[in-house]
Design a protein around this ligand. Sequence first.
Ligand SMILES: NC(=O)c1ccc[n+]([C@@H]2O[C@H](COP(=O)([O-])OP(=O)(O)OC[C@H]3O[C@@H](n4cnc5c(N)ncnc54)[C@H](OP(=O)(O)O)[C@@H]3O)[C@@H](O)[C@H]2O)c1
Length: 319
Amino acid sequence: MRTRNLGGLEVSSIGVGCMGMSHAAGKPMDEREAINVIREAVDMGYTLFDTAKNYGFKEDPSHNEKLIGKALEGLRDKVKISTKCGVDFDYDVDAEVPPLLYDSSRKAIRTAVEGSLKRLNTDHIDIYFQARIDPKVEPEEVAETMSKLIKEGKILHWGTSEVGEEYLSRAHAVCPVTAVENSYNMLRREHEDIIPFLEANNKGWIAHGPMFKGLLTGTFHTGTHFSRDDWRGRLVTDENLDRYSSLLEYLSELGETKNATPSQLSLAWILYRKPYIVPIPGMRSSARLKENAAAPDITLSDVELARIEELISSVQHAK
Ligand SMILES: NC(=O)c1ccc[n+]([C@@H]2O[C@H](COP(=O)([O-])OP(=O)(O)OC[C@H]3O[C@@H](n4cnc5c(N)ncnc54)[C@H](OP(=O)(O)O)[C@@H]3O)[C@@H](O)[C@H]2O)c1
């Protein structure tokens, strides 16, 4: 597997998004099966594993971190773990589609990091993200908390997720960030305005949701039913499949000429955008791991990139 420089942190060019193993994709995976997938990913050369303290479900809200802790036993020094703090789900309001509770206070981040270290069965987190901006807490205060955690060796790097330049630069001035974790794919490009900041400061970008929650994989068809606790159904809708049909058709045709799948092309497109972007597709099987590991070897010509751009611009972006 090729590697990339994520703001100073060397990781595999594609990372593993672990969320769907426990959360927001219907029922959690069978634990043994999920552990095998994670361990197989390590064998294949994936070195970045993304999770969060809030990837779980009502009965076990941090299920995903525990899963990763178990799966990486004996393998910890081969990988980098990215986890997040600052939000929890309020399962008392709705067990399947819970609203978010924001808390980036010093106390909450401290409690969160101790919990994550324990669940992940490690003495350090490679990169720690504030999952969402907490409107009650200034970025400088969050950065000070992160700075202390770095000095204590509990986290090695930090960043913020779903963030814009103004907030990020204020935080960065207090304690330098390493990367952002913002959504990014062919159809989600609103975060591109962070690029000048990242380039001026040599920072990285973990691109979450690189498949537009599965829509760009070309494996979903009109009429697919998602359970209420499967949040992919918010984007993989009949309306979106119809709206983006010309792009999806092109990806499928292009894939045939290159012996590649639309999923691989979607990842390759992100890798072509900037050398410091690392997509983290959600993957729950060995087949997905193998397929996506080959994406960095795919070449796209200027003509093909221009055609993709044209098709993207020709459709109105989904909100
Ligand atoms: N920072 C944040 O705010 C934030 C928010 C959301 C997610 N994330 C992170 O980003 C990761 C990825 O996001 P996501 O899971 O929401 O969306 P995603 O990666 O855009 O889409 C996941 C979907 O793509 C499918 N898929 C992946 N590779 C495929 C392939 N080669 N062929 C066919 N289907 C394929 C998955 O299938 P299977 O599940 O069947 O394998 C799943 O249905 C998460 O796991 C999480 O770590 C971060």
